[in-house]
Design a protein around this ligand. Structure first.
Ligand code: ZN
Length: 156
């Protein structure tokens, strides 16, 4: 059902190593810039686990045509406006596309929540409203939990 869904790992905002104690912690102070790839992509080093990664690694919907920023923005707007149609209009995409992003987001809601809360200053209530679109209430609480990679995603 979700084979086309790619991971949502916000670019470089936290360690993407799921084995790392700081996995999913946005701006936990564990990441430092670590040069660039030949292609000019920022590389980062996690001081906690010692892993390095490029900020595009595992990036949200990397097969998709819309940029990560646009998609996360769209989801943030969706949380605020509560209307898929409105967000689709603003972003100039089909409503189906927004729904698709939302479903993808729900697959990895734990990591996305951290970003929406931290970087987009959304409230818990707004996040909860967002998840109601996909029938997933999220979880009351703070830090994202570690999850194994599950091809079928996170069960509601
Ligand atoms: Zn790490």
């Amino acid at each position: 059902m979700s084979t086309e869904i790619e991971r949502i790992v916000p670019a470089g905002s936290f360690c993407p190593n799921e084995e790392c104690p700081d996995f999913g912690k946005v701006e936990a102070g564990n990441l430092i810039n670590f040069g660039h790839t030949k292609a000019g992509t920022q590389r980062r080093l996690c001081k906690t686990c010692g892993g390095t990664f490029t900020i595009t690694r595992g990036t949200i919907f990397y097969r998709r045509r819309t940029s990560q920023k646009d998609i996360v923005e769209a989801l943030a707007q969706l949380a605020e406006r509560g209307s898929i149609a409105a967000v689709a209009r603003v972003k100039g995409v089909k409503e189906d596309t927004v729904s698709d992003w939302l479903r993808a987001a729900a697959e990895h809601w734990e990591t996305l929540e951290a970003v929406l809360l931290a970087d987009y200053r959304l409230s818990r209530a707004q996040i909860d409203a967002l998840w109601t679109f996909v029938g997933h209430k999220g979880e009351k609480g703070d830090a994202p939990k570690k999850t194994r990679k599950a091809p079928s995603g996170v069960a509601p």
